[in-house]
Design a protein around this ligand. Structure first.
Ligand code: FAD
Length: 510
C-alpha cells in the first residue's frame, strides 16, 4: 500500500483550506486530496449568498452574531462553539483575502455587507452572487501552486481503513474512475471533507456529488453520527423543470427586498413571523409549504418587480441571467419558488479540534457536526464553519503524526466477477429513495411516515448489500449504497427526536 502523510477526501472549502494550512506547517510531508469529480465540483462552488463575519465593529458586534446563531439554532447550538467560531471568523476571512479571494466593495472602498434571513445586521461578505465559485477559484489556485499538495481528480473514496484494535484510522480505499481500479492508501492522518447529502431528496439545491459518502463511510467504521434529523430546506429554489438540481434564488434576494406571495397574489409571511421574509429558513420553508397546501399550488412566488432592476442585475448577475434563460422577466413577473433540501446540520460528531470518535480521523465542513448550527443553520455560517474548523483541524497535525503508528494493515479489496449490468436496478432504487424521503422525511414528518420509510429503506439496504457483494463496484453502486445509509440515519434519528425544534417538525408531536 502506498503511504501518504495527510490524506484528504474532498476538494471544497474544507479540504482545500486544511491542505493549505497543513502544507505550510509541514513542507516536507506529502498531502494528497482525493476528489470524486473535477477539482472544483463541490457544494462550495454553488454558494451564492456569502460568508458571515463581524468585521464592521462600528455597526455590528460579536455578541449580535452569536445571538443570531443561537436563535436560529433553536436552543440546540453549543454556545461555546458558537462563540469560538464567531470570534475566530475575522482572522480566517483575513487569510482568505490574503490568499486571493475577492469580496464586493462599495463606492468608498468598504466591504459591501449583505443581509440574510436571521441576521440582525448586514454582515455577509459576498462576491456578486457567486461567492462560492470565487472562494473555490482562489483556493484551488493556491493549492495548485503548492508543491507538496497533489489533487487527484476522478478518485472516489469507498471506505476508510480502521485498525479495530486501537480504533485508529489508517487511510482509505479509493476507486480510480479513470482506470476503474481500487487502490488502498495508508495514511498517518485522514480528513473527511466530503460535503453534503442533498441528493437523498428528490428536490435539492445540491449537485450530484452530494451523496453523503463521508457520513456513510464514517458510520460503517463506527464513528459517532449526530443530529441527522436536522436537514435544512432552502425556502426559495426556482420552481422550473429545466433545473436538476434545483437552482437557488439566494436569500440575499429577499434581503434586497423581494416579497413572497401565494398564487392568489397575497403576501403571507406576516401571518407566520414578524421578521417576515427574513425569518430563519425553517420558519420560511414551513410557511411556504403551508401556503402551497392551502392554495393547492405547486409553488409560491417571489415578487421583485418593484425593485430597481439595474441594481438587482448588478447584485445578482447569475440569478438574473438564469431567469432570462428560462424566459422569466423578473421586472414584470413573479419568480416561481419552492423549498428544496439544502444543508445537513448533522453529520460526523467532532470535538472543537475537528477530531471524530475514531483516532486520527478528522472531519470538517458539511459532513461534520460541530455544535455551531444546532437545529437550524444561520444563513452563510457554513462556509465560515468549514474555514474555522479546517484551521483548527490543522492545529492537531503535530499530535496526530506522533500518534500515527507505522504498522501497516494488510487488507485486500476483493472485487467479485460478475458481468450482469445493474445500472437500471440502481437507478430505480435511487429514485424510490429520493421520492420517499421527499414525501415522508422532509419539511413535515410523522411517526407513521417515518416508520414506513425506515421499513422500506431497510429492505433496500439489504438488497444493496447483496448487489455490493456480488457485483464489481461502480460509482452508482457506491453512491446508492451511501444514500441508503444516510437516508436511514436521517429517518431513524428523526423518529427518536421527541420535540419539534428548528428544521425538524413532526405532526405526530403537535
Ligand atoms: C446552491 C448552494 C448555495 C449555498 N450558499 C451558501 C452560502 O451563500 N453561504 C454559506 O455559508 N453556505 C452556502 N451553502 C452551503 C455551503 O456551500 C456548503 O455547506 C459548503 O460549501 C460545504 O463545503 P465542504 O468543503 O464541506 O463540502 P463541498 O464543498 O461539498 O466539497 C465536498 C468535496 O468532497 C468530494 N467528495 C464527496 N464524496 C467523495 C468521495 N466519496 N470521494 C472523493 N471525493 C468526494 C466532492 O466531490 C467535493 O469535492 C450553499 C450550498 C448550496 C448547494
Amino acid at each position: 500500500m502506498q503511504h501518504i502523510d495527510f490524506l484528504i477526501i474532498g476538494s471544497g472549502i474544507a479540504g482545500l483550506t486544511y491542505a493549505l494550512k497543513t502544507a505550510t506547517q509541514f513542507p516536507d510531508k506529502n498531502i494528497v486530496i482525493f476528489t470524486k469529480s473535477n477539482e472544483d465540483e463541490s457544494n462550495t462552488k454553488y454558494a451564492q449568498g456569502g460568508i458571515a463575519s463581524v468585521l464592521d465593529l462600528k455597526n455590528d458586534s460579536f455578541e449580535k452574531h452569536i445571538s443570531d446563531t443561537l436563535i436560529a439554532g433553536d436552543g440546540f447550538c453549543d454556545p461555546e462553539i458558537v462563540a469560538l467560531v464567531v470570534h475566530e471568523a475575522p482572522g480566517r476571512i483575513a487569510e482568505l483575502i490574503e490568499w486571493g479571494t475577492r469580496f464586493d466593495k462599495d463606492f468608498e472602498g468598504n466591504y459591501d455587507y449583505g443581509l440574510e434571513g436571521g441576521h440582525s445586521q448586514n454582515r455577509i461578505l459576498h462576491y456578486k452572487d457567486i461567492t462560492g465559485l470565487e472562494i473555490e477559484r482562489s483556493l484551488l489556485k493556491k493549492v495548485n501552486a503548492t508543491s507538496n499538495i497533489e489533487i487527484k481528480t476522478n478518485q472516489l473514496a469507498i471506505d476508510l481503513i480502521v485498525n479495530p484494535i486501537n480504533n485508529t484510522c489508517k487511510g482509505a480505499y479509493i476507486l480510480d474512475l479513470n482506470s476503474n481500479t481500487v487502490q488502498g492508501y495508508h495514511a498517518s492522518v485522514t480528513l473527511l471533507a466530503s460535503g453534503g447529502l442533498g441528493q437523498v431528496y428528490k428536490q435539492t439545491t445540491n449537485p450530484s456529488i452530494a451523496t453523503g459518502d463521508g457520513v456513510a463511510m464514517a458510520q460503517r467504521v463506527g464513528a459517532l453520527i449526530k443530529n441527522m434529523e436536522f436537514i435544512q430546506f432552502h425556502p426559495t429554489a426556482l420552481f422550473h423543470k429545466a433545473f436538476k438540481p434545483s437552482f437557488l434564488i439566494s436569500e440575499a434576494v429577499r434581503g434586497f427586498g423581494a416579497i413572497l406571495k401565494n398564487k392568489n397574489g397575497e403576501e403571507f409571511m406576516q401571518k407566520y413571523d414578524e421578521r417576515k421574509e427574513l425569518a430563519p429558513r425553517d420558519v420560511v420553508a414551513r410557511a411556504i409549504h403551508h401556503e402551497m397546501i392551502v392554495t393547492q399550488a405547486a409553488c409560491v412566488y417571489l415578487d421583485a418587480t418593484h425593485l430597481d432592476k439595474h441594481e438587482f442585475r448588478k447584485h445578482f448577475p447569475v440569478i438574473s441571467k438564469t431567469l432570462e434563460e428560462v424566459d422569466i422577466d423578473f421586472t414584470k413577473e413573479w419568480i416561481p419558488v419552492t423549498p428544496a433540501a439544502h444543508y445537513s446540520c448533522g453529520g460526523i460528531e467532532v470535538n472543537q479540534h475537528a477530531e471524530s470518535s475514531i483516532q486520527n480521523l478528522l472531519a470538517c465542513g458539511e459532513c461534520a457536526t460541530t455544535g455551531l448550527h444546532g437545529a437550524n443553520r444561520l444563513a452563510s455560517n457554513s462556509l465560515l464553519e468549514a474555514l474555522v474548523f479546517a484551521h483548527r483541524a490543522s492545529l492537531q497535525n503535530k499530535k496526530l503524526l506522533e500518534n500515527a503508528c507505522s504498522n501497516v494493515i494488510n487488507h485486500t479489496f476483493l472485487q467479485p466477477e460478475n458481468h450482469h449490468n445493474i445500472k437500471i436496478e440502481l437507478q430505480t432504487i435511487k429514485e424510490e429513495l429520493q421520492e420517499m424521503m421527499q414525501r415522508h422525511v422532509s419539511i413535515i414528518r410523522s411517526d407513521k411516515g417515518l416508520n414506513q420509510t425506515i421499513e422500506r429503506l431497510q429492505f433496500l439496504q439489504r438488497s444493496l448489500e447483496i448487489l455490493y457483494k456480488t457485483h464489481p463496484i461502480s460509482v452508482t453502486l457506491i453512491e446508492t449504497r451511501n444514500l441508503v445509509t444516510v437516508a436511514l440515519l436521517i429517518a431513524n434519528q428523526s423518529l427518536k427526536r421527541k420535540e419539534n425544534k428548528g428544521t425538524f417538525y413532526s405532526e405526530s408531536l403537535v
